[in-house]
Design a binder for this molecule. Sequence first.
Ligand code: SAM
Length: 503
Amino acid sequence: MAEACRIILNTTFLPSLHSLHKTHKKVSYSQPFLHKRHPAIQCSISTSSDTKAAAKVSETVPWGCDIDSLENAEALQKWLSDSGLPPQKMAIQKVEVGERGLVALKNIRKGEMLLFVPPSLVIAADSEWSCPEAGEVLKQYSVPDWPLLATYLISEASFEKSSRWSNYISALPRQPYSLLYWTRAELDTYLEASQIRERAIERITNVTGTYNDLRLRIFSKYPHLFPEEVFNMETFKWSFGILFSRLVRLPSMDGRVALVPWADMLNHSCEVETFLDYDKSSKGVVFTTDRPYQPGEQVFISYGRKSNGELLLSYGFVPREGTNPSDSVELSLSLKKSDKCYKEKLEALKKHGLSASQCFPLQVTGWPLELMAYAYLAVSPPSMSRQFEEMAAAASNKTTTNKNITYPDIEEQALQFILDSCESSISKYSKFLQASGSMDLDVTSPKQLNRRLFLKQLAVDLCSSERRILFRAQYVLRRRLRDIRSGELRALKIFNGFRNLFR
Ligand SMILES: C[S@@+](CC[C@H](N)C(=O)[O-])C[C@H]1O[C@@H](n2cnc3c(N)ncnc32)[C@H](O)[C@@H]1O
């Protein structure tokens, strides 16, 4: 149930725009609303890898507000009530977890339905555009929901007060916390040990690719509707950052994605199971509390069963160590280039959509069967070549074949192989964690220092929690190997005993 939710994280969602209709006929439009737009929109957050430039965050970005601003949030609250949001048992306040959040004003019972945000206050793919012609063009090109919503948000933001969503947009963070805002140099410095670095690079590449596709196929053909001063890489980074950290998937509306003002002021707790959804009987977006709240307490929802790395990637925070039961770390396993059967093994892997190097999620409670299957394949000798296919199939999460394969003869080598990978990963984390104490001592600008300290703290929290899972796996693997080896030793002693008896 909780898995079916809500604020989306998946990197695969970012649709490729290559499938857009190529045969689309150019339509001509008047330039009706351009004069109302903010003339020169400049988001000054740098995309370059220069960390100095990246630390420079302009105060003049016209959209959104400081992440902890209550002023704009209060204006949003008033506008929402005037626009049909029913009276609420919660208010936006400064909070300890998540800077701003929804806090109970009255006693709230467990099992109570809250929010009731009507569809008229929800931003979805079919929302009306302040510039209907721009919306029409995107529709004709069948732009998928995510890039469509990203473009919509920028378009509405550029209309400032004349947009219906002006109060909402003003209350959005000017710079959402998300790895999209980390430069390549920052990712390399702080997240070198973690596989999340790769995920962040992939995501940044996807966002850049999506924007470039839109620009080439659509924006450049309709510059009067999509001027580059407004629709550029910087503004797309902002709008995708907003979508990553606030977009909601509504299971009862066939998984439709939407921005839900007010509901998106709720912060995440790993201890909470409840999530946002559309309630057909009350005709609004709601959630049902899974615990009681007293006045003054912050109310939480769940953004999904996500690892600390995934939470950092999309939402820009890391829960306290040991508090996230869904936490996991990606362990990378690779075929050895020196393996005599490297080519055959790689072929078998490729057949099942895998490669010579694969990541598998480890949790404190264990690891997937696929990981063990991959390890069997990696250590199996040439004499087992007939089983390569079966092992590769079991290592893939795409096939429905039996994954619970065992090869007692090579179990010890397979476990040792996983242990070696685990220990090599642990040493990368330890190296970073040890070095982190003396990092950034050369920084003198207070603004830059603040940013560096903030990012470093996030990285230290993430790496500590990921290393903790690896330590646990290391302990379990060592114990299992000791048992196997002492079992073998015992068997050998018994065998020798029998041999001596019969001698
Ligand atoms: C959907 S918004 C929630 C409202 C947000 N706090 C605001 O003031 O706009 C998601 C963002 O809230 C913050 N957040 C949510 N849950 C958090 C948590 N448990 N710890 C720290 N920050 C959190 C993160 O900045 C995240 O990107």
